[in-house]
Design a protein. Sequence first.
Length: 445
Amino acid sequence: MDWLDALPETRVLRAPDIPGEYTRDESHVRGPLPRAVVRPRSPAALRALVRRAGEEGFTLVPRGAGSGKAGGCVPTPGSVVVDLSDWPGTIAVSPENLSLSAPASAPLARVREAADAVGLWYPPDPNSWPLCSFGGTLATNAGGPNACKYGMTRRWVRWVDALMADGEIHRFGIDSVKQNTGPSLAQLLVGSEGVFGLILGAGVGLLPRPREFLTVLLPLPDMALLPGLPARLSAAGLLPSAMEFWDAAVLADLRAHGPEDARRLPGEALVLLEFDDAGCSHAGFVEHLLEALGEAAANAEVATTGPQREALWALRRLTSVHLKQRFPNKVSEDVVVPRARLPEFFARLAESGLPAVSYGHLGDGNLHVNLLHAGELEGEALEAALEPLFALCLELGGALSGEHGIGLAKRAAFLRHADPYTIATLRALKQALDPRGIFNAGKVF
C-alpha cells in the first residue's frame, strides 16, 4: 500500500505506529489493528481512497471521536480506518433559517456552543456530547435525555454531505424544513453507521434557546411507582424535556461505592425530571407538577438556578463512569420498550433474576441495562447471556437499540431477530449504493 504515501493532504499512520485506541470504541468490542489509519483533508484524497478500496477489496471504516458504544468504528480484518478528525470546514449559523452547518470533524460541544452564542439551541444531547464528534452523532443517529420531547438527531437533519461509492461528495437535501422531492437519501444516511457512505458534514435545524428550566430530583419509596410516572405526567398535560431514572440496584452500588454525594441518595428508585417550557419555574407550574406526581413527590428536590440544576445533572453523568470504573468488563445495552409496556418490563426483568442494573431514559423507554460481568464472556456465551434481555424487549414490542446502534456489538442479534424482509431490503440498498462493499463492510447487517 505504498500509494498511501501519495495521498494528497493526508496524514497516514501504519503499524506499529497506530495507537491501540483505533482497535476499539466505548463498547466491549475489540478489533484488530487496521492496515492503516488515514486522516484526509481533501476530496482528492477521498477519491483516491475509494478507487483503491474498490480495486484492492478492502473496506473503509469511518471514525470520529471513537465514543460510540456499538463497535461501529472498530476495524475489521484488513480494513483502513478513515479518521475524519482533520476534515476541514467551519461551523456556520444562519439565524434567518434557524439552522447550522458543520463538518463531521466538529466536536458536538462546539456545535452547541455556536448555536448558543446567537441565542439558538441544537436539541440533540447524547451524554457523550462533551467529547463526541458531530459526524459521529449523525452516523449513529445519536439520542440523549432530550429525545423524549425533541426526538433524536435524525429529526433535526436538513441536508447531508456524503462521500459515496463513485468517489464524489454529494449533497442530499436543502436548508429548509420543507423538502418533499421523493425519498430522502439524507435521512437514509443518518443512522446508517457508515455502511452506505461516509458523512462529511450536514446542516441541522435549530430552535430559540429555552429561557426557563425546572429540574426535579424525585426519590421514590417504592420501585413500583417508577414505570407509571410517564403516563401520570402525560395525563396531567406535562411533557418533560428529560426524564431519567436509576433502579434500586444502581442506587445501592452508588451508595456503597460512589462519591460522597451519591452515598446520601434517598429512595428505592430515583427519577430526574427536567422541563424547559415558558413559565415552568413559576410557583403555579411547580404546584401542578407535584400534585400530578402525587405520593411520588413526597421528597422531591426542585432546582431552578443553573448551579442547582448542574448539581443534579452531575449525578446522572457520573453513573456510567462509576459503573465502568467498578465493572470494567460490563456490557451496557440500550434496549427500548414502549412506555406503555414499562410496568411489565420491570416486573419481568426482576422475575428473570438476570444479574443486571439499569438506568437511563424513562421518558422514551430507552433503558441502559448493564450486565456487570458479561464482558468476561465471548462469542456464543455472551450472546446467550444477552438473549433473555433481547427476547423480552422484542416480545414487548421494543427494539435491540434505542440510540447506540448495531455496529458489530449487536450484529448477530439483529440478524437473528429482524424481519428477513428488512435484512434483504437493507442488503439490496447496500448493493445499490455501495456495490463493491467499500464502506464499513461487515457492520450492522
